[in-house]
Design a binder for this molecule. Structure first.
Ligand code: UT7
Length: 328
């Protein structure tokens, strides 16, 4: 028996917000954003477009690639920090929109930007341990525009909206898509990347709303330093665990947050730029969706081929991070 990823899909809203647009909104420049981050533009959801709308669009494409019908899906796992509602989950909203049968298990989890790396391990482990799940959907999707302070130049230039989805199937033949996975977290550093308000700790009162505690806050510099070391370390661990060398990896697909971070990881792992997949310039940082959107584009363009060895790595709020090796 094996657990294989048989389909992938992604979705990004039509509305494009360019660096030039941002120059009119806050004191910034295309030159600053491009040289410090590598981002040129990002997508922004329509006002009435919810997280599960975007996730549903991505999942439809993944199911189409896999040739799987809605009534075959028995598990939906949804990684997001920007669910449509606090209750029910974005997974349940998606189940309804996809007409997936009522016996499917559906839940959200959040590991911020590490959502896809966490989710691939979660879904693979659940399918291995339980007879209940034969076909599953993982969705990583964010509507970060709804938690962005559009007057804060430190953060508003970085983020975008989007979704990605994977279909997992239990196969008779042995061999999993996931060869190894390392996921980690350190709650001690949580305040350097967080949304302080809106939960039970700091509910949104008129006073907290005026203090803008409902928006995402990041101490970028501190996150930057931790991110490089963490992703390099777990990547080396995942490579060792799969009994591989970094020279065996066909493609590095890192979380798309900052080109300087991506270049530093590639250099430290000895993976040259021509083996690194990036699309940060078009979408910005889409958190839990970023790796899936990049991988989907690489698969559909023919860059990533069946049998290729992939290294995924991510770092995000929590702090959470991790790396996984996939045989595509
Ligand atoms: O996805 C989860 C993980 N997140 C990440 O991995 C993000 C990690 N961090 C980063 O990508 C980078 O730290 C940033 C892109 C966020 C910032 O780049 P930086 O090189 O670390 O810049 P900085 O925060 O040290 O700021 C340098 C200067 C400051 O001015 P002073 O104090 O030196 O005068 C900022 O006020 O740049 C200023 N600045 C800007 N200037 C123009 C900050 N944002 C902007 C802006 N436009 N948008």
């Amino acid at each position: 028996m094996g657990i294989r990823i048989t389909g992938i899909g992604s979705y990004a809203p039509d509305r494009i917000l360019t660096n030039q647009d941002l120059e009119k909104m806050v004191e910034t420049s295309d030159d600053w954003i491009t040289t410090r981050t590598g981002i040129k533009e990002r997508r922004i959801a329509k006002d009435d477009e919810t997280t599960s709308d975007m996730g549903t669009n991505a999942a439809r494409k993944a199911m189409e690639m896999a040739g799987v019908a809605p009534d075959e899906i028995d598990l939906i796992v949804f990684a997001t920090i920007t669910a449509d509602t606090r209750l029910p989950s974005a997974a349940c909203h998606t189940q309804r929109k996809l007409n997936i049968r009522s016996s499917a298990a559906c839940f959200d989890f959040q590991a911020a930007c590490s959502g896809t790396v966490y989710g691939i391990e979660i879904v693979t482990a659940m399918m291995k341990c339980s007879r209940s799940y034969k076909k599953a959907i993982l969705i990583g999707c964010e509507r970060l525009s709804s938690v962005t302070d559009w007057t804060d130049r430190n953060s508003c230039v970085l983020f975008g909206d989007g979704a990605a989805s994977f279909v997992f199937e239990k196969t008779k033949e042995p061999g999993d898509t996931l060869l190894s996975s390392i996921i980690k977290a350190d709650g001690a550093e949580s305040e350097i990347l967080c949304i302080p308000g809106g939960g039970t700790q700091t509910p949104i009162t008129p006073e907290n709303y005026d203090k803008k505690l409902q928006f995402l806050k990041m101490e970028g510099n501190k996150v930057f330093k931790l991110a490089v070391n963490a992703m390099v370390n777990t990547s080396n661990e995942a490579i060792d665990l799969a009994r591989l060398k970094s020279s065996d990896i066909n493609w590095l697909i890192p979380h798309q947050a900052n080109m300087r971070i991506i270049n530093a990881i590639g250099t430290r792992l000895g993976i040259s730029n021509d083996r690194v997949i990036t699309n940060l310039s078009k979408y910005g940082n889409t958190s839990a969706a970023s790796i899936g959107i990049a991988l989907d584009e690489a698969v559909r363009s023919g860059k990533v081929k069946k049998g290729d060895l992939l290294l995924l790595t991510a770092f995000g709020g929590g702090m959470t991070w991790g790396s996984s090796i996939l045989r595509w």
